[in-house]
Ligand binder design. Structure first.
Ligand code: SF4
Length: 373
């Protein structure tokens, strides 16, 4: 079993991902505009089985990975979700999940998830108003369902995370959204910057100027919030933090050097959540994504597979595949990312570079920075 005191700073990302996301299913009853998985009402018959899932969780634990997120689609469409959470928890893994906001979520179900050993639950909330959020999710009522689910999760003692995806659609809502999430008593806010894959390819992404404005607002939010704030698919948030730190006395949450909290889900205080130590994580570096059929990707937004867990060892694919090794080598970066003094802690979004240019090593077009070196 993993030591409960495992320190993020001691993980060697060439050997061990901090986080593995397993996409349990692509089945989902919502049709969100930005859906990476282009989810469908029914799951694929070739999904990993429960037995294969147990095997995968053992392999993840054997790599030394502390955190597993069961994603979808809608993980609640898998009848074995509770068993998988329980199994992972018994192995010593910190288990999280992100259900879709549907009528499947009830106080009883949330109690069962907590009982099974779930350490954190994430809900997607993309805007501060019902009209904007439901327009994005394309199913009326999801905004209210999400707020209700958050309230129920609090009642059963499940630490709550909110995930928000930003595109041109909701960019102007950022100030109101910061105000809303600050009122929801969450432990973690994960902000995704749209990568145009899946159904998200039809949405308009942020420009570099808009992204810089958004990241700056998020930085200021992080300095006064009790929850942790992480940005996904815009690693130049770390560059923004460092630039502000150079002129600001604030301590920023996700750049600190303390160990991962050890009591997730039990006695956890506000400001303690996993993902806290996201320093330096990028596609294939501290992170990997296992699809519903077992394909192993460097990121859920980067559709190049290194192989399949049904035929290869997850550890071998992560540690030794040319794809993952090349992504961990900053020498391969091109353009501004290649000559950037922040490339070791940032490196740009490899998923966005691939989606927009077809080259996984191209510069991230949504970063405004002009390297000084
Ligand atoms: S140029 Fe690339 S490496 Fe440098 S801060 Fe921007 S995205 Fe990061």
């Amino acid at each position: 079993m993993n030591s409960p005191d495992i320190s993020f700073s001691k993980l060697d990302f060439s050997q061990t991902p901090f986080l593995v996301i397993w996409e349990l299913t692509q089945a989902c009853d919502l049709v969100c505009q930005h859906c990476r998985a282009s989810a469908m009402p029914e799951g694929c018959p070739d999904e990993l089985t429960t037995t294969e899932g147990f095997d995968l969780l053992r392999k993840i634990e054997a790599m030394g990975t502390p955190v597993v997120v069961l994603s979808g689609g809608d993980p609640l469409k898998r009848p074995d979700l509770l068993k998988l959470i329980y199994y992972g928890k018994e192995l010593g893994l910190r288990m999280a999940t992100i259900p879709a906001a549907t009528a499947r979520i009830t106080p009883e179900l949330l109690g069962d998830l907590k009982q099974a050993g779930l350490a954190q639950i994430a809900f997607s909330l993309d805007a501060s108003s019902e009209t904007l959020h439901d327009g994005f999710r394309q199913v009326p009522g999801t905004y209210r369902t999400t707020l209700q689910a958050i309230e129920w999760a609090h009642k059963v003692g499940l630490p709550v995370q909110i995930n928000t995806t930003y595109s041109r659609y909701n960019f102007s809502d950022i100030d109101a959204m910061i105000e809303l999430v600050s009122r929801l008593d969450i432990v973690f806010w994960e902000v995704f910057i749209l990568v145009p894959v899946g159904r998200g390819a039809e949405l308009e992404g942020l420009t570099a100027v808009e992204c810089e404005q958004l990241l700056t607002k998020l930085y200021h939010c992080s300095t006064r919030s009790r929850f942790l704030l992480k940005v996904t698919e815009a690693p130049h948030y770390r560059r923004v933090i460092m630039q502000h730190r150079a002129t600001s006395p604030h301590t920023v949450q996700d750049m600190a050097d303390s160990a991962i909290p050890t009591q997730l889900g039990g006695g956890m205080k506000a400001g303690q959540a996993f993902g806290q130590k996201a320093k330096g994580i990028n596609a294939g570096k501290g992170f990997c994504f296992v699809s519903h059929t077992g394909e192993v990707f460097p990121s859920g937004f980067l559709p190049i597979s290194a192989g399949n867990v049904r035929t290869s060892s997850l550890a071998t694919l992560y540690r030794e595949s040319e794809l993952f090794q090349s992504l961990r080598d900053p020498q391969n970066l091109k353009g501004r990312c290649g000559r950037c003094e922040f490339r070791d802690i940032c490196g740009g979004s490899r998923s966005r570079a691939y989606a927009l240019t077809g080259d996984i090593f191209a510069e991230d077009p949504v970063c405004l920075y002009e390297p000084q070196g």
